[in-house]
Design a protein around this ligand. Sequence first.
Ligand SMILES: Cc1ncc(C[n+]2csc(CCOP(=O)(O)OP(=O)(O)O)c2C)c(N)n1
Ligand SMILES: [Mg+2]
Length: 321
Amino acid sequence: MKNEKNKELGLKLLKDMYLSRKFEEKVQHYFSLGMIHGTTHLSIGEEGAAAGTCEGLEPQDLMYATHRGHSQAICKGIDINLMMAEIFGKVTGVCKGKGGSMHIADKDKGVLGANGIVGAALPLACGSAFAAKRRKEDVVTVAFFGDGASNEGAFHESMNLASVWGLPVLFVCTNNTYGMSTHISKVMKDTDIAKRAIPYGMPAETVDGNDAFAVRECIKKARAYVVANGPMLIVENTYRISGHSKSDGNLYRTKQEINEWKAKNPIDKMRSDLLDAGTCTLNELDAVDQETTELIDKAVQFALDSPYPELDDVYNDVYAL
Ligand SMILES: Cc1ncc(C[n+]2csc(CCOP(=O)(O)OP(=O)(O)O)c2C)c(N)n1
Ligand SMILES: [Mg+2]
């Protein structure tokens, strides 16, 4: 791992993960002050999965994020100022402040939308992948979803359709082992989610979602397969350190479990991997830490300084009344 290329990639992955983490820490802070409305779902602890996946894609690729999609959208390249303003409901937001945390979208960056409906990314991804196939474009669509979503009908219908039609969809499961307060083992007889690809004649790969390098490598290979052959399922094993949503007493899991996963969190892992391999110095890693703190502070300031939309604007961009 000691060459320049890995250094550049490692620092990029680290930057993506720091931006995601610090963005969400600010969201949590301003939410607790009552300055952000609605609800939010944080992905603290899952940043390796988002960063590794997005870095394994090509810029023209498309994706649908989940309800826990801040890190997925940031890593795909949405401007953090515009995203922060969106979550604050400001007119400068990437969706003019009308979408908020669970409806972040930016077509120019290939983010076709986050979604509050669990599992909604999968059928939508079949649609954009169908379009890309018809147009013979070199474009893959990623459908992000959680372990819980893989128990839904939409998951199975989409896997079946994508497989039968040979659609260029990369089904990416962020397996954080919980659906709200329910542990995966209570709702799945066999918790090996990758096996769910077998009946659809689709290949699958399971990867350590806290190892951003490994995820990126896995996604790069999977992308090449998908463009040439059709859909594939990737299961990225990770852990949600943050609570499920705005209020979570963590009554369904132990402090010990959370602490064990905190110790394995993807940012610290990347830092120690880069240090141990001699790829980066401590100063280089700390510089990324510092730079991302400043970038997120600026994003917060941009959001705070931006105005709210005018009341007259409320019915604009509304497609169904
Ligand atoms: C169709 C649907 N059913 C239920 C919900 C309520 N809900 C919101 S998040 C969630 C858990 C989803 O678990 P998982 O897919 O593992 O994603 P995670 O929250 O762990 O990221 C549920 C059941 C919903 N939003 N949409
Ligand atoms: Mg889950």
